[in-house]
Design a protein. Sequence first.
Length: 316
Amino acid sequence: MRVEIRGLSKRYGRRTVLDGVSLSIEPGEFLAILGPSGAGKSTLLSAVAGLLAPDAGRIDLDGLIANDPAIRIPPSSRKVGMVFQNLALWPHLSVEKHLSFVAPGEDPTPLLARFGLGPLRKALPAQLSGGEAQRLALARALAGNPRILLLDEPLGSLDRPLRDRLAQEIASLHASSGTTTILVTHDYDEALRLSGRVAVLAEGRVEQVGSPEEVYRRPATRRVAELTGPVSFVPAPDGREYALRPDEIRLVESGEGEAEVAAARFASGRWRIQVRFRGTLLEADSPVAMRFGVRVAVSWSEACSRVPGREGPPGG
């Protein structure tokens, strides 16, 4: 299903939650909406699902204006499956009845087997572990063969090993089903590794849309750079700032170097070195550890991304 969002706005009292959001999601695409808490991500997802009405703008589902009062496609007719941030499981229903309620008349066994829930089919939500509850929420969202899958922070409450396993399941599920999928998350790692495109949302507005590589390597703004991964900023000659990722900064030990090692830590198979450089702290990847206080020369390519500085773009 194709989803077209045009000029969507939503206010709660004096607070603007969505401010003219426009996005196009192609059939079968996996789009991640990345942003901090309060950016409007969950509100946008709820509007697509039909769970709340926007104040302005429109949502087209395969060319039909879903929120047009004359048409008004209700949530039950939108063919949407949704995993809520708090899971919203029904405490009085067993695992298998969660699926039967959504898709009455269909045998839940294949879906239970797919998510490893077969032995737990009679269990209630209170008897499930965090990972099992998360898998049930995902299985329920898929019952009834939705044409759009909406995922609201589906991995946020899990510890790292469980998050990694469920992320693999979500990626495999999308690859095999081709269901149009929209994921909202505040975690840049989830957004970049799961999706085909990323929309960065901040203060109710879309700051940039692009492939994971584009938003990471060529952020449009300082805020996009900060939201998409570790980054260090250094003033550029044109009044903008270099937005340097750790793997773009080169460090060489040198008694004449103008930077000094402030810290070193080992993570994910590499050393992350923090250096003091021109009044700021930079983070760089290194194949080897570096001792505290050692002088180093710092360099990077002129082709590295630049973003408008804190004072905005230069005039002229």
